[in-house]
Design a protein around this ligand. Structure first.
Ligand SMILES: [Zn+2]
Length: 316
């Protein structure tokens, strides 16, 4: 293994029972409509159960009684069952119940699979389909900066730039092993208007990620016109400066073997030369295919059959 340590566990799951029931009839989904016309905007937390910062931010906003100045605001806690299964001894195990919920967003998988995550995605799907704009709030097992992830489309990049922070972005072309929520339906289409972004707020379980999640949530609602600038200014917490950079995701390596080892303690965003052996997947080297190849999402606890590392290229 890499020998890389997970960050300390500064956050624990909170009791979200208060947000279970709503008029929507779908557990942990709330819809607030303003009398003023405007876009339908959706904010999602807990797509991965061990990523607490989004739950903290949405709980905070609901608890404040935040309401849209125009349009419709949908608030969803995606995988509360996984979240509630958290155990500090195995902190990454609460990522999902049966399968990665952020790789299931294809209608035939949602309808046919019968996994906990596919069924829940089916409950969320009508809301996701309605959304003109969607923010899916995550954290990562590597820590060194917050960033956006979105489909490699001009409108997606432009929207992330409008939010200003975090100033790094990964643009992906459908290369993950499965389908992610932010490329579902119109979000992934070149000529549609709908825009969806993931924000990765920093390392799982760190209190600092909550500030990034709250900041991005408020900036997002402001950018959609749903919050008045004055209200947004008052609510948006300060965040530390973060590194900039725009990257395209070039490939995602799925581990074929049980025996997995990184050849350096990668934390993410390192650049390596063409030909560098990044990791060993059993007997097979994972080799950087081009110069200034950027290491993204190096898994802290890699497992056979799952994503080991993502390779990117800096474009800006
Ligand atoms: Zn995640």
């Amino acid at each position: 293994m890499t020998g890389r340590q997970l960050p300390p566990i500064e956050l624990r799951p909170r009791d979200l029972t208060r947000w279970k029931k709503s008029d929507t009839g779908v557990d942990y989904v709330h819809v607030f409509k303003s009398p003023e016309p405007g876009p339908t905007v959706m904010t999602v937390a807990l797509t991965h159960g061990n990523e607490f910062c989004g739950a903290e931010a949405l709980h905070w906003a609901l608890d404040l009684g935040l309401r849209p100045a125009c349009g419709t605001w949908i608030v969803a806690f995606a995988n509360v069952k996984a979240y509630q299964s958290f155990k500090a001894e195995v902190p990454l195990d609460s990522r999902f119940v049966d399968r990665d919920m952020n790789r299931v967003w294809r209608d035939d998988w949602i309808d046919g699979e019968g996994t906990h995550e596919a069924i829940r995605a089916g409950e969320l799907r009508p809301f996701v389909r309605q959304a003109d704009c969607l923010l899916d709030i995550h954290s990562t097992s590597f820590a060194n900066r917050p960033f956006f992830v979105g489909r490699n489309l001009p409108r997606v990049r432009a929207f992330a730039e409008k939010l200003v922070y975090p100033p790094s972005m990964l643009l992906q072309n459908g290369s993950f092993d499965g389908k992610v929520m932010v490329e579902y339906g119109a979000f992934g289409e070149a000529h549609a208007q709908q825009t969806a972004l993931v924000v990765e707020c920093g390392a799982h379980f760190l209190k600092a990620t909550v500030m990034v999640a709250k900041h991005t949530l408020i900036a997002f609602l402001e950018a959609t016109g749903m919050l008045e600038p004055e209200v947004a200014r008052r609510l948006k917490p300060a965040v530390p400066p973060a590194e900039t950079g725009v990257y395209t995701i070039e490939s995602v390596h799925i581990a074929k073997h049980e025996d997995l080892k990184f050849l350096a303690p990668y934390e993410g965003f390192e650049e390596v030369a063409a030909g560098t052996i990044i990791a060993m997947d059993g007997p097979d080297p994972v080799v950087a295919p081009f110069d200034r190849c950027t290491i993204l999402f190096p898994k802290a606890q890699p497992r056979q059959g799952r994503e080991l590392v993502t390779l990117g290229k800096r474009i800006d």
